[in-house]
Ligand binder design. Structure first.
Ligand code: MRU
Length: 355
């Protein structure tokens, strides 16, 4: 069941409307961002999260960041654009979709100026708004194509394990990993899903379980440390997760804990699938070793959701938000352009070059 995660309301003077995901599942509430610090913080604090949704938010952030630039000069405008995109780049480091969207917005602005002389600054602003909305609209279509391509891999009555949230809440509205499950259901296949709760911020229990239950899919919530025995008990037929950045060789960064799940899947002979759009590939990075991993506040671990669960003092905390699954553990990467079985550098290059 699609969910309207993030959207633009109005014209160039409009606002970004997004679900505050930190409140889910207790409260379903839209918030509005009309300036740059507001959307920067929404990304930083995971009010909007998940790689494709972060990309959409970043594109819309460019619009709120540049629309009040008073300068009539192109030089002044481009200086401001650079300042705005540099600032948005500091919000979160791992999901490459954020950087991809910013580069796309910068390219569009440069292209219109390159193509015509005397472009009014207002015209560039309007064009950037249209591009941000296009990125959002495209994501809807991309997720449905990922869903359709991935659903072909799921048998009727299969039992899927997923980690974190790669659903509608992580995209414009439909999801990547969950998109595969939704598409299989739309094809009248019965799919049951085991959801890792996903410590420390519980995107699995708070967001994925919420989405799946609303969609009428049989869902079983497990703590992260139960995945091994659930697999050993023969309850899982495949794993499907999303990704935040996929290196040229197929190594894929996703929410912390995904790497462990991939090793467990390998040990138990269970196929491990990654579902992600082409915008999640970063061919500039040869392997997962070069993927920047976000380090987050210790309080997420010691004081989740305001409840202290560790000693106040004398404690070190390590809180990386992502880990990298080596390509050798990935059975296939499911994209909108097709499925890459046993991904490697050459297969990825060929698929990405495909028109
Ligand atoms: O820290 P988050 O909640 O932004 O992490 C999200 C994930 O790891 C998702 O699995 C990933 O972005 C894929 S979303 C389709």
């Amino acid at each position: 069941m699609p969910v309207d995660t993030i959207m633009w309301e109005g014209g160039i003077d409009g606002k970004i409307k997004l679900i505050d995901q930190t409140l889910l599942p207790g409260e379903f509430k839209y918030i509005y961002c009309e300036d740059l610090p507001c959307i920067w913080q929404a990304i930083r604090e995971l009010k909007v999260r998940g790689a494709p949704a972060i990309g959409i938010a970043a594109a819309m952030a460019v619009v709120v960041g540049i629309r009040n630039t008073n300068t009539g000069s192109l030089n002044g405008f481009f200086k401001k654009l650079k300042e705005v995109t540099s600032y948005i780049r500091t919000s979160r480091p791992t999901a490459v979709n954020l950087f991809w969207a910013l580069e796309r917005m910068e390219r569009v602005a440069e292209e219109i100026v390159g193509a015509r002389c005397n472009v009014p600054v207002q015209g560039i602003k309007e064009r950037l708004l249209r591009e941000a909305i296009t990125i959002y609209e495209e994501d809807k279509d991309i997720c449905r194509r990922i869903g359709k391509n991935g659903a072909a891999l799921l048998k009727n009555n299969c039992r899927v394990l997923t980690h974190c949230n790669a659903g509608g809440l992580a995209t414009a509205d439909y999801g990547t990993a969950l998109g595969v499950i939704f598409a299989a259901k739309e094809q009248d296949k019965k799919v049951r899903v085991y959801v890792d709760e996903t410590r420390p911020l519980l995107q699995g229990s708070r967001l994925t379980a919420w989405e799946l239950v609303q969609a009428g899919i049989e869902t079983t919530l497990i703590c992260d440390n139960m995945a091994a025995s659930v697999m050993k008990e023969g309850k899982i037929d495949c794993v499907i997760v999303g990704a935040d950045r996929i290196a040229a060789n197929g190594d894929a960064a996703n929410k912390i804990g995904t790497y462990g799940v991939s090793i467990l899947a390998k040990e138990h002979g269970i196929p491990f699938y990654v579902a992600a759009p082409i915008s999640t590939f970063d061919l500039r990075i040869p392997s997962g070793n070069e993927i920047p991993i976000e380090q987050r506040n210790a309080k997420e671990v010691t004081e989740p959701f305001g409840c202290r669960i560790a000693p106040e003092e004398g404690l070190n905390v390590y809180n990386p938000a992502f880990d990298v699954t080596p390509a050798k553990y990935i059975e296939a990467i499911i994209t909108e352009k097709g499925v890459i079985l046993h991904p490697d550098k050459e297969k990825i290059r060929l698929l990405l070059e495909k028109k």
